[in-house]
Design a protein around this ligand. Sequence first.
Ligand code: 9MR
Length: 451
Amino acid sequence: MSMTLRRLSRAATAGLVAAAALTAAAHSAEAADTLGSAAAGQGRYFGTAVAASHLGEADYTATLDREFSSVTPENEMKWDATEPSRATFTFTSADRIVDHAQSKGMDVRGHTLVWHSQLPSWVGSLGASDLSTAMKDHINGLMGHYKGEIHSWDVVNEAFQDGGSGARRSSPFQDKLGDGFIEEAFRTARAADPAAKLCYNDYNTDGVNAKSNAVYNMVKDFKSRGVPIDCVGFQSHFNSNSPVPSDYRQNLQRFADLGVDVQITELDIEGSGSAQAADYTKVVEACLAVDRCTGMTVWGVTDKYSWRSSGTPLLFDGNYQEKPAYGAVLAALGGSGDPGDPGDPGDPGDGTASCTATYTRTADWDSGYNGQVTITAGDEPISAWTVTVTLPAQQSVSSLWNGTPTWSGNVMTVKPSWNGTLAAGASTGFGFTAAKNGSDAAPTVGTCTAS
Ligand code: 9MR
């Protein structure tokens, strides 16, 4: 879509956007029971990375639209996606995300203009002066297309090396243009869209360390010389090797004290259950404790599409169920969830093992049927469960699998066979075959108890 068309289309949807914003505001006044509305109550946005390819999935889009107030295209605005060959810009996928966000009243973060990764090979083959021109053309191409539509841009991403040196990372930009490329990128960006906040974004800069010191010194230098920079993004990809630093808040605050906003831009924390929830709480509390921490973005809607393919680092599981981390974030944001409902997997952990059981008839024939009981752990991990099933007097069970029954009259008490241990919010179940003996009535499933 051309720039002019984007603006026209934006104007045409402005009424819709305003209506969506009003609905969101009314909603938040009633009950801040979503991440976006609870964060708004704290003067912050709560965003997520979004992939255009998932927008056709109903559960994905429903969760996105209900919970989040900002989106970051996960890959669609990167150089390889938007300018795969020189001066040929393609915005189809990125436009899809921006149009969706606008139609739901969500803000958009732009990610990312100048980065060593996901960079088409033609960029690396240019000589210095041509590369400088290409970098500015790329910034102008992207920022021009979305002018006035992006609340914050990651202008430069990951320009510093990991490890203790605090040195710049080798890249075509660094190697051919030298340290000045970052400043050149920010100056170009300011002119391209004066309304957008301009951010430097990086990882492993979340605590005070050599790398964050190097970024800190750069921002300080930029502020002292009037180089335009408005914000620093802290990606915040955490796991057991890279846990939430104990000086996270202190680090955010020292950057804020330089006169820039800080944003948590790509949050994910590997783990599960109450331990993961507690780490998410630390992150949200750190942001809320820093006045200039303007918002948080998690790096994806659901565990099933996380870039951490072997982990479960996000707030919704693969079935879009709220994880304990979700309840913890909502509570830390001051949202009014329903903490304390036994067995609600969205609630923060309170140390009490609990479970719920639901019954479905999975097969049916004249003389019998198969039943399935699904057991779901509550807000804490469990190591055992017990469920009673009361059958109509005439019926009898001929076989039962994935559970161990004991009988008292027509009541069977079922305990696990191999499947007693469940993570918080996780499910298992047992099945059985019953003979009707003249009664087609459903059995009654009693309370699930867990330890
Ligand atoms: O989540 C992104 C994944 O789908 C891409 O394959 C990957 C390619 O580099 O980039 C991921 O996002 C990265 C982000 O753009 C910058 N910070 C690190 C993120 C996770 O790798």
